[in-house]
Design a protein around this ligand. Structure first.
Ligand code: SAM
Length: 292
């Protein structure tokens, strides 16, 4: 069986296999063909492309992705869905189903093993409880991800595209914008899911930059500083970094000196710094660490 899963058809197939969806696994399935089509169109897939889908669920989006003739590698955690997926996508030659926790999958290796490709896209209606760690895993750990089209909570979508100084801007924003260009494509009401989640959603596209948004010599140091700057948002930057004990022995006075050297006012808050300013700070810190 393939084709669109309406609410009635989804309920029937779940009942047939005696499956109750679990909120704890983020199981809010899409039951609106129009939204499924909009996601597939936004994915701009061509025959020969490889697409990773995280959380195929009952195979609704999977079927539509496979219809583009791209090769779909679908990774699902919940083994109970196997008979449903066999029924819905079992006949599709260009779909490979893998039953694993997406947070533990090395996607570069998986895709290379299944298809031989080194570059691929990720398209998913994400399980919301792992959105942030999953996006970080895909950006920091998996260099083959060229682009992602993802359904996420609206609140997460706003954090992805936030500008310095806004309440949504944080370490997650800086990390994402370091690796890619995020954009909100369209909002999605909760009514298109079964069961309905308690939040509204949005579909976003993250396009990986050819090289990171700023040049840094030491990525680990850069991200340590970003985390430290946002650890205590209400404090001034010098106090936050000293309080976060980013480097042993660095007092508030040390941080004031370093921040001044980087051209940053030590009394500002971390949330006002843009990527270039974080990079400038990382350069000055690295220099001081090398010299000490
Ligand atoms: N793609 C389907 C759709 O759009 O109707 C289902 C999307 S549902 C929001 C999220 C899916 O992710 C569920 O099928 C759930 O079982 C699966 N999932 C949850 N945690 C996962 C994990 N750690 N790794 C892989 N899949 C996971």
């Amino acid at each position: 069986m393939s084709g669109e899963l309406s609410l009635g058809r989804l309920k029937a197939i779940l009942e047939k296999h005696n499956i109750r969806l679990r909120r704890s696994l983020g199981q809010n399935f899409l039951v609106d063909g129009n939204i499924v089509r909009k996601i597939v169109t936004a994915s701009r897939l061509a025959p020969g492309d490889v697409v990773v889908e995280i959380g195929p669920g009952a195979g609704n989006l999977t079927t539509a992705l496979a219809a583009t003739c791209a090769h779909v590698v679908a990774v699902e955690l919940d083994r109970r869905l196997l008979p449903v997926l066999e029924e819905v996508i079992g006949g599709l030659q260009n779909v490979t189903l893998v039953l694993k926790d997406a947070l533990e999958v090395d996607f570069d290796r998986l895709v290379a093993g299944v298809t031989g490709a080194a570059v691929y896209k990720v398209v998913a209606n994400l399980p919301y409880y792992i959105t942030t760690p999953l996006i970080i895993h895909l950006l920091r750990g998996q260099s083959g991800v060229a682009e992602m089209v993802l359904m996420v909570q609206l609140e997460v979508a706003e954090r992805l595209v936030a500008a310095p100084g806004s309440k949504d801007y944080g370490a997650f924003t800086v990390t994402v914008q370091y690796y890619c260009r995020p954009e909100i494509l369209f909002r999605v009401p909760r009514t298109v899911f079964f069961p309905q989640p308690e939040v509204d959603s949005a579909v976003v596209r993250l396009t990986r930059r050819e090289k990171p948004g700023v040049t840094v010599d030491d990525e680990a140091l850069f991200f340590t500083l970003v985390r430290g700057a946002f650890a205590q948002r209400r404090k001034t930057l010098a106090n936050a970094l000293a309080g976060a004990r980013v480097f042993p022995g660095w007092t508030r006075a040390t941080w004031e000196e370093v921040l001044n050297q980087a051209g940053i006012d030590p009394r500002c808050r971390g949330e006002t710094l843009n990527l270039e300013e974080f990079a400038a700070l990382a350069r000055v810190c690295r220099q001081r660490l090398v010299e000490s």
